[in-house]
Design a protein around this ligand. Structure first.
Ligand code: TPP
Ligand code: SF4
Ligand code: MG
Length: 275
């Protein structure tokens, strides 16, 4: 086993429940690299939602919560409020975060609570058998949109930024080093950070939307639908319209953070009362 796997994997939970070729292992590995580079293992708490992606923290030997579908952000918020020195990381799927948990997502971002949300964008509800998700492309065929998805997908990064998130980045599982660096940056940022990861789900999204379960082909498809912010900056917008931007898309270090602001209020109120 790789030394980082030896150091960080929760051996008792192995083997992974994921299908062969699933991107969740790459995301776990990037998270481990980020945590190791910051040397914060003793100071983290991991929160997983429900879905294949919600299992990522189960495999990492650290303080972990595996919580109700769509409720990872409120659990993480409560944790941060009660233990503000912790670095709190949320692993959530596109259904978990933007579907059932959409309301919690926008309010977490609005409050600018200091948590890092890692949103696993696999275009589908993987764990439950391939239902349409809020990120399924328009016209994409799924088990619940057999004639093509009549809806339009959310752009999670635009939504996060508009709702008030202060660090927003997007990468793919085809960019493991950039992803690990973005996760380290997001964890170091004091505020609501959102890292979206475009990833392959060979078993559901692959077979039903893209007609292939080959992870390499799926990664090529994902990459072809993206462009880096740097590359886009040098081109007229018509040339890259419709593609998803990769890189750091937003960073505002100045907006006050919720947990520390709230704590200051409590201390101020207590002092006023002479407590
Ligand atoms: C309240 C509630 N509703 C529905 C479910 C069933 N359910 C479990 S996982 C899931 C979808 C997960 O999709 P996503 O969040 O995209 O995660 P993925 O499996 O794709 O990583 C659903 C609907 C549930 N567990 N709890
Ligand atoms: S169903 Fe998709 S997301 Fe879930 S483990 Fe299998 S490949 Fe991964
Ligand atoms: Mg999903």
């Amino acid at each position: 086993m790789h030394p980082l796997g030896e150091k960080y994997l929760r051996k008792i939970a192995l083997p992974f429940l994921w299908c062969p070729g699933c991107g969740n292992g790459t995301i776990l590995s990037a998270a481990i690299r980020a945590i190791d580079s910051l040397d914060i293992r003793e100071n983290i708490a991991l929160v997983g939602g429900i879905g294949c992606s919600g299992w990522i923290p189960v495999y990492l030997e650290a303080d972990t919560l595996h919580v109700l579908h769509g409720r990872a952000i409120p659990f993480a918020t409560g944790l941060k409020m009660s233990d503000p020195k912790r670095k709190v990381l949320v692993f959530t799927g596109d259904g978990d975060c933007l579907g059932i948990g959409g309301n919690h997502f926008i309010h977490g971002a609005r409050r600018n609570v200091d948590i890092t949300v890692i949103m696993v964008h696999n275009q589908i509800y993987g764990m439950t058998g391939g239902q349409v998700a809020p990120t399924t492309p328009n016209a994409g065929k799924t088990k619940t949109s057999p004639y093509g998805n009549p809806e339009h997908p959310f752009n999670g990064c635009e939504l996060a930024k508009a709702a008030g998130a202060t660090y927003v980045a997007r990468w793919t599982t085809g960019h493991p080093r950039q992803l690990a660096n973005a996760l380290a940056e997001a964890i170091s940022h004091a505020g609501f950070s959102y890292v979206e990861v475009l990833t392959q789900c060979p078993t559901q999204a692959g077979r039903v939307i893209h007609g292939t379960a080959d992870p390499a082909k799926l990664l090529d498809t994902i990459k072809a639908a993206t462009i880096s912010v740097k590359a886009a900056a040098g081109k007229p917008e018509e040339e890259w319209q419709g593609k998803l931007l990769l890189g750091t898309l937003h960073h505002d270090p100045n907006k006050p953070e919720f947990a520390s602001l709230y704590r200051q209020q409590v201390i101020g109120a207590a002092a006023n009362k002479g407590w």
